[in-house]
Design a protein. Structure first.
Length: 663
């Protein structure tokens, strides 16, 4: 195994803590850690190189032609990598300073080529690093590729395999670009397959913005290379194995096969076995575990060839152990590959076996299944092949669809599902290709001769009807909460231009805003777009979630929302259902569809809700707050909570106030 894998596979031991503890916790280890000091002569050399590269980039931006714009991120990644490392003391060893100097030279070389309308790296074989600009925060993000020698731009489309890297608390952009991105030489190369190594925005198990990074990097690869969409493989080890489990369970229909190695697949049992920690969640934290716990989604794997690898002496075999049980409960068997006398690593024999099995899967091709067994707990993950769940009865409770496509008749059995779409029908004039009849639970719908390509159904008073229900406001895909969902698409932080009359709240809110900006850069490797309330434009409203800090007195945008939110909040009190809290010493955190543009969210007084203690173990990087929370500010924020959570809950399926749901 090469030195890059060895560094990336290290999975940090989590410190003991109480998951839902409401008292102040001691400071925790900073991730990423403080780096080494940079000598003055090295700093001057790096600053000069950054200035030179920055000038070259400015010149390229002025060209503003399609060729240059499309390839400019491949230059920008070098500037950002060195700039971040130098600005934020993220050189973790002296050798990284030398790596940064080489990266600047590579960036300058690419900039010079691009200035002449050349891009030799775009046709490079072997390992190459590229970049894209993220829709989330406008940051440039790197990814790695291994392009086989036999790939030809004018030849056939190649398969593509992701390889998710392991945990690396010092995996800065400098280290990733300089060599930590892949496993070339350590495992057999798959035939006719391009390897993609997502950065995943650092060290978050490819969740939240790290999850979006994978999808955006994949889309960018498809822009530049001929990729067989039916030949995508899902692979990784250690933290990357956790990512492979996640993408297999939540994006099942994207892959032709999955190969998770080690890692974790859920939270509570993993922390008990690996972290030696008994978690004590609140009722809403327990519900929110359903977002990423892959064991809850085991039925989705019924049509996915899946080969789980573990060293036989590796404690992280626990991930596959619990998935094996969950799959067995669905009547599914898990294929397991073992590295004999191996701890946390791959044996050469096992690596060869896995690649042989995946090559066999590739040779058979991917077929759309006729039988589906789909489970979800949230409309965030609402699709499996030709089935899309559009509405559920109650979020964070199990929703299930068992479906069989018998060509002329499609039969579905549902639980906790209120609306769905079948994408099976093709129409040519009056000729109807697809099912004639759809049976859903106890309802039978006979289709007419001329129907839409997508069949929409909704449940009305216990009866399924053809057609989509269109309520004025409802939870739907990518608009279903909780708070953390707002940071998986474009967002703008809106800072208050004024001051709240409630001094304790004002201090807390502004401190939480500054903390979020810092933590977003550290943990998700981007600089949030920040605007003052009076600078927010109609374009911002239309394109982005608004992350609003302050209250109606201090923030002009929040003032415009007065009376339009299900929780009433003024300078005197926060009225959460039948309970009132004094605004003098309480703050409101909330996510809700923006009343001024219901296609996007507004969030009040919060960034992503897991805090520094969760950075110590990736399985705990999960939502810590639901749709709303009232915070008692008499308890200071710590590494777990933003203060004492006085009350919290979920809104209903139409974003209405809901007393039920608290337990």
């Amino acid at each position: 195994m090469n030195r890059f894998l060895t560094a990336l596979f290290v999975f940090a031991v989590c410190c003991n803590s109480v998951f839902a503890q409401q008292t102040t916790t001691p400071p925790v280890k900073r991730i990423p850690p403080d780096g080494v000091q940079v000598a003055d002569n090295d700093r001057k050399e790096l600053e000069a190189g950054l200035q030179q590269l920055g000038t070259a980039i400015d010149g390229l931006k002025q060209k503003n032609d399609r060729f240059t714009n499309d390839l400019l991120p491949d230059v920008l990644i070098y500037y950002k990598a060195v700039d971040y490392a130098l600005k934020y003391q993220e050189f973790f060893a002296p050798k990284e300073i030398e790596s940064a100097k080489k990266l600047l030279q590579t960036g300058l070389s690419r900039a010079a080529d691009l200035g002449q309308k050349k891009a030799p790296w775009a046709t490079q074989k072997g390992e190459v690093v590229r970049g894209y600009v993220s829709k989330i925060d406008g940051s440039v993000q790197p990814y790695g590729l291994t392009v086989p020698d036999n790939y030809m731009a004018d030849g056939p489309a190649f398969n593509l395999s992701t390889w998710f890297h392991g945990r690396g608390e010092t995996l800065s952009e400098v280290n990733f670009i300089a060599g930590g991105k892949g496993f070339a030489g350590s495992m057999p190369a798959m035939k006719n397959t391009i390897m993609l190594y997502p950065y995943g925005r650092f060290c978050n198990a490819f969740k939240f913005a790290g999850e979006v990074d994978v999808l955006e990097a994949l889309d960018d690869v498809k822009k530049h290379y001929k990729i067989n969409d039916n030949g995508l493989f899902d692979r990784g080890f250690s933290m990357g194995g956790a990512a492979a489990w996640h993408f297999a369970a939540h994006y099942t229909d994207k892959w032709i096969a999955a190969n998770p190695g080690a890692g974790f697949s859920e939270t509570v049992d993993f922390m008990k076995v690996y972290g030696k920690e008994e978690l004590r969640p609140t009722w809403y934290e327990r519900k929110l575990w359903h977002l990423y716990d892959c064991t809850d989604y085991a039925s989705n794997l019924s049509n996915l060839p899946l080969y789980a690898y573990n060293g036989d002496k590796d404690v992280q075999k626990q991930a596959a152990d619990v998935m094996e049980v969950a799959m067995k409960n669905e009547g599914l068997a898990l294929n397991r590959i073992w590295g004999l006398n191996m701890g946390h690593g791959y044996t050469k024999a096992a690596a060869k076996t896995v690649d042989s099995l995946l090559d066999i899967v590739a040779s058979k091709g991917k077929k759309e299944p006729t039988e589906l067994h789909f489970t979800t707990y949230t409309l965030k993950y609402n699709k499996l092949y030709w089935l899309t769940v559009d509405a559920i009865g109650e979020h964070w409770s199990k929703a299930r669809v068992d479906a069989v496509n018998g060509k002329h008749t499609v039969t579905l059995k549902t639980s906790n599902v209120k609306a769905l779409t079948l994408s099976l029908v093709r129409v040519h004039g009056y000729t109807h290709y697809g099912p004639d009849t759809v049976k859903i639970d106890n309802s039978t719908i006979v289709l007419g001769p001329d129907v839409d390509m997508a069949l929409n159904f909704h449940n009305e008073n216990g009866k399924w009807l053809l057609g989509a229900e269109k309520p004025a406001l409802a939870k739907k895909h990518n608009l279903q909460g909780p708070v953390d969902d707002a940071f998986m698409s474009a967002f703008v932080v809106v800072k208050p231009s004024g001051t709240s009359k409630n001094a304790l709240f004002d201090k807390w809110s502004k401190a939480e805003m500054e903390r979020f900006i810092v933590q977003w850069r550290r943990e998700f490797r981007g600089d949030p777009i920040v605007k003052a309330d009076k600078e927010v434009t109609a374009e911002d409203m239309a394109s982005s979630n608004l992350i609003l800090f302050g209250d109606a007195e201090s923030n002009k945008v929040i003032a415009k929302l007065s009376g339009k939110l299900p929780i009433k909040w003024n300078a005197a009190q926060i009225q959460a259902g039948n309970t009132a809290y004094s605004s003098k010493d309480h703050g409101l955190i909330m996510i809700y569809p923006n009343p001024m543009n219901q296609k996007n969210y507004i969030v009040l007084n919060s960034g992503f809700t897991f805090r520094e203690e969760s950075y110590l173990n990736n399985s705990k990087q999960i939502p810590m707050l639901p749709d709303w929370a009232v915070i008692d500010l008499n308890t200071p924020p710590d590494a777990v909570h933003p203060g004492k959570v006085a009350d919290a809950g979920f809104f209903g399926e139409h974003w209405e106030w809901k007393e039920l749901g608290k337990e």
